[in-house]
Design a protein around this ligand. Structure first.
Ligand code: SF4
Ligand code: SF4
Length: 336
């Protein structure tokens, strides 16, 4: 797989990688099209208390891109105006560090929507967040927490020194509040992503191992394990490039293209809102600046009815092979 200039797999040089849209059209002539929007995924900014090696957002403690209050208020308006959107999925960075986070949660819950908080666990111990776990429990937020392994060494290698110990502390805190014990109002799912340039193992099997190891070693409980493939973009792509593994990883994804994953791709039923209010087909496209499939710029200000997006094309690039390799990958875990 030849590639020029050592550049990362951004849309502007994507022609040097296989064409994902051609692969999708070979399966279904209309390619990748949207269906009804049922999830509004909102990236409230790049500020994070951590700076993990695999982060596709390039998030970190020094980032200043934070969703302003007026954009957050517009998100709430859009949620109210679009009853088919059942879920508000809050991500970042560490979404809890955005000053509008708690208002987004409480308003979405008041509107009867499910709220997902993509939580890095260590944020529960940040100054000013001492009551965060109680807040999440009181609002019955569904917590989806990253834990790339049940081994301390592997987690610390990917997420930084003492990340595992802090994560276990966070999980225990959530368990004390009733999270992770098969209660639909206290859902706690963990996210596994590979600590290197390989595909995730089978989700169900790995979930069993996680449950055994975390229960036996640390007395920790959780509901489901979601396996997610590392996307070859941003910080992970830079790491692959530095390690001389970018082409091999892209080859791995392409060679494991699984057409059966196409119907369940999250971009068919989700829209992704950036911190500045721009709307994308998914969080990965957002990070690449790849405009919504229809081509015209869409923002929370000029989009009011999500039904208008149904049957529109999804914008794709070579990174999309990350969602369709093997068992497939989405923010809700494996697709098969
Ligand atoms: S992967 Fe998550 S916790 Fe780590 S830097 Fe990125 S946003 Fe923060
Ligand atoms: S990267 Fe985004 S647009 Fe591409 S297949 Fe995955 S979810 Fe869909």
């Amino acid at each position: 797989m030849a590639r020029s200039g050592g550049a990362l797999p951004q849309p502007e040089n994507a022609e040097s990688f296989p064409d994902f849209s051609a692969a999708a059209r070979a399966v279904s002539p209309e390619g990748l099209r949207r269906e009804r929007v049922t999830t509004l995924q909102v990236n409230v900014g790049k500020l994070c208390n951590m700076a993990c090696h695999h982060c596709h957002v390039d998030a970190g403690p020094k980032r200043r891109e934070i969703m302003p209050r007026k954009v957050a208020e517009r998100v709430i308006e859009l949620l109210a105006a679009n009853p088919a959107v059942a879920t508000l999925d809050l991500t970042g960075g560490a979404p809890e560090l955005n000053p509008s986070f708690r208002r987004l949660v409480t308003e979405a819950r008041r509107l009867g929507r499910e709220v997902i908080d993509r939580c890095n666990l260590s944020v529960l111990f940040e100054r000013g967040q001492e009551d965060l776990a109680e807040f999440l429990a009181a609002n019955e937020a569904h917590v989806v927490a990253s834990l790339p392994c049940y081994s301390a060494a592997n987690v610390d290698r990917q997420r930084g020194n003492r990340a595992f110990e802090t994560s276990i502390g966070g999980l225990r805190r959530l368990n004390q509040l009733g999270y992770g014990c098969d209660d639909p109002s206290r859902r706690l799912d963990l996210v596994y992503n590979p600590v290197g340039a390989f595909l995730p193992p089978a989700q169900a099997e790995l979930e069993g191992r996680y449950k055994d190891e975390l229960r036996r070693g640390f007395g920790v409980e959780f509901d489901r394990l979601l396996t997610i493939t590392n996307m070859p973009i941003k910080r992970f792509a830079a790491w692959l490039e530095k390690a001389g593994q970018l082409d091999a990883y892209m080859g791995l994804l392409v060679n494991h293209f699984n057409p059966a994953t196409l119907p369940g791709l999250m971009c068919r039923s989700l829209v992704s809102v950036a911190w500045d209010g721009t709307v994308y087909d998914c969080d990965f496209n957002q990070m690449l600046g790849l405009a919504l499939g229809a081509g015209e710029e869409r923002t929370v200000w000029n989009l009011s009815d999500f039904e208008a997006l149904a049957q529109r094309d999804v914008a794709t690039g070579s990174h999309c092979f990350g969602c369709t390799a093997g068992a497939g990958s989405s923010c809700s875990g494996a697709l098969q």
